[in-house]
Design a protein around this ligand. Structure first.
Ligand SMILES: Nc1ncnc2c1ncn2[C@@H]1O[C@H](COP(=O)(O)OP(=O)(O)O)[C@@H](O)[C@H]1O
Ligand SMILES: [Mg+2]
Length: 253
């Protein structure tokens, strides 16, 4: 299912010595808490890179920092392509509830400008096909769709401007188990058909194993282990990785 060929390529994202902080909740001017410690990694064009760690380990903070949403950091973040786009855990929260799917998918094109109404409509219909949704769903509101359909719309919205890099932060964690593998397969198909790079984030090593060629393991804001998926999963080095394997029902060998 996954594409494990070694494709020596160009970097699409490089992170060097990234340290990120939050102001402690409820404090003014005072203490700053460090969340990410000296994170360094590089992603290649066309790669699916897995980022795994327990809840609270700093995965979403890393995402927000990479996207420029979280600004309290030092270190280097180098993007070599157009702006990466996000797929969220809960598409319901990110889809405007008062607009039809049609409007939601047209919006990135309207904001970017330079497309006629007819061109926008054509692109929306093409994208619906690409993510496996029927055209008639364009006339519905987010609440009228199933969880899986909504996540397909979330993925479609992220792809409207043809990003080279997609960042998917726990994209299946809010979905029914029966729907989860459909969404994973969709992401793999898009990866193969469009050569899309994906930073795929999960707390579940089993899911990462299905999706990724290479993994980073985040423990308390620091990368404690990294390498090709098969190596990290079959010969884990740290106790933390072994515990994540057990939590995913994959006993370390
Ligand atoms: N806006 C915020 N203000 C202060 N602390 C935060 C904020 N967001 C997250 N944190 C803290 O940062 C740590 C990492 O959180 P997060 O990046 O969301 O982890 P993960 O996505 O791996 O579950 C947690 O201890 C969390 O409580
Ligand atoms: Mg998170």
């Amino acid at each position: 299912m996954k594409n494990k060929e070694d494709k020596p390529g160009q970097a699409i994202l490089t992170v060097k010595n990234l340290n990120a902080f939050y102001r402690e909740r409820g404090t003014k001017g005072g203490s700053r808490r460090q969340i990410l410690y000296d994170i360094s990694f590089s992603m290649q064009e066309g790669e699916i890179l897995g980022l795994v760690g327990e809840s609270g380990s700093g995965k979403s903070t890393l995402v927000k920092t990479l996207l420029g949403i979280h600004k309290d950091y030092h270190g280097e973040i180098l993007h070599y392509s157009s702006r990466p786009q996000m797929v969220f855990q809960d598409p319901y929260g990110s889809l405007n509830p008062s607009r039809k799917i049609n409007w939601i998918l047209e919006e990135p094109l309207r904001l970017a400008g330079g497309f006629s109404k007819a061109e926008r409509q054509e692109k929306v219909m093409q994208m619906l096909h690409k993510v496996g949704l029927e055209e008639k769903l364009a006339e519905r509101y987010p609440r009228q769709l199933s969880g899986g359909q909504r996540q397909r719309v979330g993925i479609a919205a992220a792809l409207m401007l043809k990003p080279r890099l997609l960042i998917a932060d726990e994209p299946i964690s809010a979905l029914d188990v029966t729907i989860q593998s459909q969404i994973l397969n969709l992401l793999l198909t898009l990866h193969e058909e469009m050569g899309l790079s994906i930073l795929f984030i999960s707390h579940d090593l089993r899911v990462i194993y299905q999706m990724c060629e290479r993994i980073l393991i985040l423990n308390d804001g620091a990368i404690c282990e990294e390498g090709p998926c098969s190596e990290v999963i079959f010969s884990p080095v740290t106790d933390y990785t072994k515990a994540l394997l057990r939590a995913a029902g994959l006993e370390p060998l």
